[in-house]
Design a protein around this ligand. Structure first.
Ligand code: NAG
Ligand code: NAG
Ligand code: NAG
Ligand code: NAG
Ligand code: NAG
Ligand code: NAG
Length: 764
């Protein structure tokens, strides 16, 4: 304290230095060695992290300028279970001293992650009271789904608890009081709600309480939507202004929900997400759903991955969204193998809008607008609509004199299509046509004026018409909801593999519905998400891998209630090996990133999830915690890196496996440029969970340029639970262009089952 006072006197003179010293302070997530720390620091009554801080504060003040003492290390979180360490604001000097403390392991700067912004149960084959939705599966189950997101609107009809049995006694979570959130907001459906924001505040995030409630209440809409997708109640007659009408249903609609709010207006701090995951595991969730992320990172630097590993070892199934940064290569985030990474694709439902041009040509676009059609009106675009940025209908770019009474065309970019429509309306325009030149995606917006968006081929045709016509005109008409479209198709926005940080594992793992998903909306936001839009609806339609991820969380909950003894890896294997790759027209699943192209495993992983098949997969590829630790050893992790994943595990001196031997339900094979005569041989072990006495024969579709040998090629099981192994050799036949890939599959076929693994071969 005296030191601080002394420092005060110097403060005026050194104000400039101080501000740089303070700016220098950053939040770090610090991992410590529990055994060493408890030996060294737990002698007196102080909490251990305070003792550590005292020691590094002393260090700095002895060695450095007095000024340093003015800003002692500031604790943000202390992590005790699963991850022993803390998050703290430290100066560079303090970090240096901390590194000298016996027991220091790693310090990684905090990061900001972002959110990856009901008809789908039927599309998934969940119906009436059959199959997985049969009462015997649902009522006896008591699965708890934890959702880490932007909070929840607890009063929403999707979270009512009528008829639900008491909360399982194993549940240790809580319903935290906060701004506009009280303990009575939880019930037997929403059994827990907590808010994590200390990391956000420490990293300079300002949670403006006139814009968001400092509690688990959802002021953004994202968390309410994802939570209701995973486990919202059955709500009859749900729709968005009559669109997508029907019974809204969470995929696992009898499961319990626990919300962990870690995402705020400015993003989700990794320190908060880490704290939320650890808390959720402690509280007793069975499944965790996270629709957020940053980008693919080395697993030992990725706190979401490290925390997810702890969840895995605790028996919790964890699924993350892959991200919305597609269709570029290697854009997938959350790629650790113990995580199920979800891509996004369409369902057979669409919201067509018809754009008719002055030359009589008709194009189908998409829209959630429900009003009357426009008349045939003059069309303006770019220079004929306004000044700089008018082509994109950017804020204040449109000229009311040019736009009034007309239809404005707006190209994709900078702001979303609903916000472009808002600009058109503000400038006096009557309608908007959104043009996209990169893809054929069909995600729809709840426009505030008559508007539709077109895919790339229609956009080009419409632009060509505009370019070649003196007085171009158009009209837009709205066709409501249509079913039976070709589906699924992988969305262009869905992030892609290959997996940059783990070449031996295909990512994403599967795809699920993530385009135009109807789910719960809080009453404080509009369906267009525009502030100026005063319309309200209990259900809204959103798109993103954020929406596909909770579908898979819901399915995992159904599988968990049916197969109580299945490990997270077994559930994952079942979801992957039963995923389908042929669409409802009998064709390979298409990729909307380019017209007519087929989705590869780098877009959809093993394929589209099939909950009914996944509940009875025949064989599973199981993976234990120990297996994963050996896998990390095979990646040549150092002792310090290994210690992040497990206390007290040391890699064997002798190499026990290649990374490709991980018992993963898919195969990523990497050849050097000239692969002629190179052979990789990997081992797999399958466990019989189907029919006790059964015979499986292998069926292989070889990727171009590769020959495949499977030994043995017949597996004969005599009982349930029996494990049999096989070896698969990939023989390179050619010299491949660097970065090129080819694809195939390996399927174990019995009378009843097909257990499929995709194969992705890449030449590097
Ligand atoms: C908080 O938000 C309100 C409303 O958007 C705004 O007027 C105010 O300036 C903000 N306060 C801070 C400190 O950013
Ligand atoms: C906080 O929650 C209340 C509901 O209790 C809501 O009316 C209000 O708009 C929320 N505040 C903000 C800033 O979102
Ligand atoms: C269904 O909802 C619509 C509009 O939201 C309403 O007009 C209608 O009466 C409702 N039908 C039933 C059966 O509740
Ligand atoms: C949706 O509404 C339309 C028109 O009101 C009706 O014909 C249709 O049956 C409804 N669909 C569902 C799934 O309820
Ligand atoms: C339309 O004209 C613009 C500007 O001259 C040009 O950039 C664009 O490529 C043209 N589009 C088509 C489809 O011809
Ligand atoms: C591949 O192996 C075969 C048989 O061992 C040999 O004849 C051939 O020359 C080899 N090719 C290359 C490119 O090494």
């Amino acid at each position: 304290m005296i030191k601080i006072f002394d420092a005060m006197l110097l403060l005026v003179a050194f104000i400039a230095i101080l501000s740089t010293a303070l700016a220098d302070r950053q939040t770090y997530i610090v991992r410590m060695d529990k055994a060493k720390i408890t030996n060294t620091f737990m002698i007196d009554s102080k909490p251990w992290h305070e003792a550590v801080f005292d020691s590094i504060a002393d260090f700095s003040s002895q060695q450095e300028q007095e000024l340093e003492a003015a800003a002692p290390p500031e604790l943000v979180y202390s992590y005790e279970t699963g991850f022993f360490g803390f998050a703290a604001k430290l100066s560079a000097k303090q970090l240096e001293s901390l590194k000298k403390v016996d027991g220091f392991m790693t310090a990684i700067p905090d990061q900001m992650l972002s959110l990856h912004t009901t008809h789908t149960p039927q599309f998934l084959g969940l119906e009436g009271s059959k199959g997985l939705w049969h009462s015997s599966n649902l009522q006896t189950s008591d699965v708890i789904i934890g959702v880490i997101d932007s909070g929840i609107w607890p009063e929403h009809v999707s979270f009512k608890d009528h008829g639900m049995p008491p909360i399982p006694s194993r549940w240790k979570g809580s319903c935290e009081k906060g701004s506009k959130f009280s303990t009575s907001n939880c019930n037997k459906k929403l059994i827990g709600a907590r808010a994590f924001y200390k990391g956000n505040l420490a990293s300079g995030g300002k949670i403006n309480q006139t814009e968001e409630n400092l509690s688990a209440r959802d002021d953004a809409g994202h968390g309410t939507h994802t939570a209701s997708t995973a486990a919202g109640n059955l709500v009859p007659n749900a729709s968005l202004f009559g669109l997508a009408n029907g019974t809204a249903a969470g995929i696992s609609y009898t499961a319990r929900i626990a919300m962990y709010k870690a995402c705020w207006v400015n993003g989700c701090s990794a320190a908060d997400v880490l704290a939320a995951i650890l808390a959720a595991v402690e509280d007793g969730v069975d499944v965790l759903s996270l629709s957020l992320g940053f980008k693919a990172q080395l697993y030992y630097r990725d706190h979401s991955a490290i925390a997810a590993f702890f969840a895995f070892t605790s028996g919790v199934f964890v699924t993350f969204s892959a991200g919305n940064s597609g269709p570029g290569e290697s854009t997938a985030a959350n790629t650790a193998p113990w995580i199920l990474t979800v891509a996004a694709s369409t369902s057979d439902r669409s919201f067509p809008a018809i754009v008719k041009l002055g030359n009589g040509k008709i194009f189908q676009g998409t829209s959630l607008y429900t009003g009357e059609a426009t008349k045939q009106l003059p069309v303006v675009y770019g220079k004929t609509a306004g000044g700089e940025g008018a082509q994109y209908c950017m804020v204040d770019s449109l000229n009311p004199k040019l736009v009034k009474g007309k239809i404005v065309m707006c190209e994709q970019g900078f702001i979303n299509f609903a916000a472009k429509g808002e600009q058109v309306k503000l400038a006096g325009g009557v309608g908007m046509i959104g043009l996209k030149f990169g893809d054929e995606d069909v995600n729809a917006h709840a426009h505030i004026l008559p508007a539709a968006t077109l895919g790339a081929s229609a956009s080009e045709a419409v632009e060509k018409y505009f370019n070649s016509t003196k007085l171009p005109t158009a009209s837009i008409a709205f066709k409501g909801t249509k079913y039976g479209n070709r589906a699924p198709m992988v969305a262009a926005f869905s992030s892609r593999g290959p997996n940059l940080v783990g070449l031996d594992v295909i990512k994403p793992d599967v795809t699920a519905p993530g385009v135009n998903i109807l789910a719960a909306l809080p009453p404080v936001i509009s369906p267009s998400l525009l502030k100026s839009d005063k319309r309200r609806a209990a259900f809204g339609i959103m798109s993103g891998t954020s929406m596909s991820c909770p579908h898979v969380a819901g399915i995992a909950a159904l599988l968990k209630s049916k197969h109580k003894n299945w490990s997270p890896a077994a559930i994952k294997s079942a979801l992957m090996t039963t995923a389908y790759t042929i669409d409802n027209r009998g064709k390979p699943i298409a990729d909307l990133s380019a017209r007519g192209s087929e989705a590869t495993p780098f877009a959809m992983g093993s394929g589209h999830v099939d909950p009914v098949k996944a509940s009875d997969p025949g064989l599973i590829y199981d993976i234990t915690t120990e297996d994963y630790l050996h896998y990390l050893c095979s990646l040549k992790y150092s002792a310090a890196q290994m210690a992040l994943f497990s206390e007290g595990f040391t890699c064997p001196k002798k190499v026990t496996m290649q990374p490709g031997d991980l018992n993963y339900p898919s195969f990523a094979v990497n050849f050097k440029g000239n692969a002629r005569n190179t052979t990789f041989t990997y081992e797999r072990i399958v466990t019989n969970v189907g029919i006790p006495r059964s015979t499986y024969r292998v069926s292989v579709e070889e990727p171009k340029g590769v020959s495949i040998i499977v030994k043995p090629n017949v597996l004969r099981f005599k009982k349930l639970g029996e494990k049999l192994s096989y070896k698969v050799s990939f023989v390179g036949l050619k010299k491949g262009k660097s970065g090129s890939s080819s694809f195939g599959s390996l399927v174990w076929v019995s009378k009843k089952y097909r257990v499929r693994s995709p194969i992705a071969v890449t030449w590097r």
